[in-house]
Design a protein around this ligand. Structure first.
Ligand code: ADP
Ligand code: MG
Length: 354
């Protein structure tokens, strides 16, 4: 079921938490709401759920106004970061809870509930654990139970607010892959709040980036990562180096480098800043072929090598990530002066930089 968010505005007293948010969440997609802490993700999710009223604007699905009665009727499934399972109930009883509390008229039969629980336990790969209690499970397993409990009521859509936020990094990675596979199986329209860029990039079909209550960009992970619309998005989606320079006749000049910037062809002259990912900073030994920089630190991180450098001209710190092979070939040492070249950059006119 698609969700339409139109001109949603939300204020708390004199504070504006959401500004003019327009967004369609297509049927069956897994959408990430991504943004720094305080950017309005939870507020938007609560408004989608009908738990919070927008100050103006509306949320509808298939043209129908979303009323809070929908939540009581079980059309929304929720998973929160700290989703407390009932301690005194087994896993199976926890998952069945939403069905058991229904009024007699709409409650499935004991047998139907049993069948559904078995199916959900298989889906979350905890078939053998149905008789365990929450404290007998790991954090990751408990969160899978929370998800099964939300799904048991067959909601029309699923809302997750930082569902893996409280778990350690390794479990979080496992669970995000698991959520992706689960979604591929059941295709329920889902909105997933996270402040973790990697999580959003890996899991979702579409990413909605929020900054101070406003939508910065909406697109596929590939689009937002490779074609960031603003310096904020570029910054937010990963490590980045900033090189200040000048656009002149379709080229951006940085030190003795001239980057092709055909997208700015119509600008005659302007200050500019090039955003460059660490793996797009190339290190060469040939003098006069790049920007001189002194190696500060070298960290090997398994597959890659991260090199921290300091530009000789400006003193700016630059980070480069190399493959092990390149690193070995270059035979680099701290204290040496090398030369930097830029493989790929996104150039913004200076006024927009942050
Ligand atoms: P996020 O989930 O992205 O971290 P929130 O949506 O929780 O952000 O909050 C966005 C902003 O709105 C924050 O500055 C927060 O302090 C404020 N806010 C959220 N809920 C309330 C509330 N009930 N009363 C006042 N301010 C609130
Ligand atoms: Mg939040």
């Amino acid at each position: 079921m698609p969700i339409e968010i139109q001109n949603v505005h939300k204020t708390f007293g004199s504070f504006t938490a959401l500004k003019d948010v327009n967004l369609t969440i297509p049927d069956g997609e897994l959408v990430a709401l991504l943004g720094p802490s305080g950017s309005g993700k939870t507020t938007l999710l609560r408004i989608i759920a009908g738990l919070e009223e927008p100050s103006s604007g509306s949320v509808s699905f298939v043209g129908e106004q979303l009323a809070s009665s929908k939540i009581q009727n079980g059309e929304v499934g929720f998973v929160f970061q700290h989703y407390a399972l009932f301690r005194h109930m087994t896993i199976a009883e926890n998952i069945a809870f939403g069905l058991e509390v229904r009024p007699k008229k709409t409650r499935p039969s004991k047998k139907e509930i049993q069948e559904k629980i078995t199916k959900l336990l298989t889906l979350i790969q905890l078939e053998k654990f149905h008789n365990r209690y929450p404290h007998e499970l790991s954090g990751g397993q408990r969160q899978r139970v929370a998800l099964a409990r939300a799904l048991a009521i067959e909601p029309k859509f699923l809302l997750l607010d930082e569902p893996f936020g409280a778990l350690d990094a390794k479990v979080r990675k496992e669970l995000r892959n698991w959520l992706r596979r689960l979604h591929d199986e059941i295709h329920i329209t889902s909105v997933f709040v996270t402040h973790d860029q990697e999580e959003a990039l890996e899991v979702s079909d579409r990413i909605v980036i929020l900054n101070q209550g406003q939508l910065e960009q909406v697109g596929s992970p590939d689009e937002v990562y490779n074609k960031p619309k603003s310096p904020f998005v570029f910054h937010f989606l990963g490590d980045v180096n900033l090189f200040h320079g000048r656009i002149e006749e379709g080229k951006t000049k940085i030190g003795n480098l001239a980057l092709d910037s055909s997208e700015h062809q119509n600008i005659k002259e302007s200050d500019a800043v090039a955003y460059v990912r660490p793996y797009d900073v190339e290190i060469v030994r040939e003098k006069d072929q790049g920007i001189a920089a002194e190696i500060q630190y070298i960290h090997s991180t398994g597959r890659n090598v991260r090199v921290e450098l300091k530009r000789v001209d400006t003193g700016t710190l630059i980070e480069s990530v190399l493959e092990q092979e390149t690193y070995k070939y270059l035979n680099l040492f701290p204290g040496e002066t090398v030369f930097l070249r830029i493989k790929k950059a996104k150039v913004y006119v200076e006024d927009f930089s942050i």
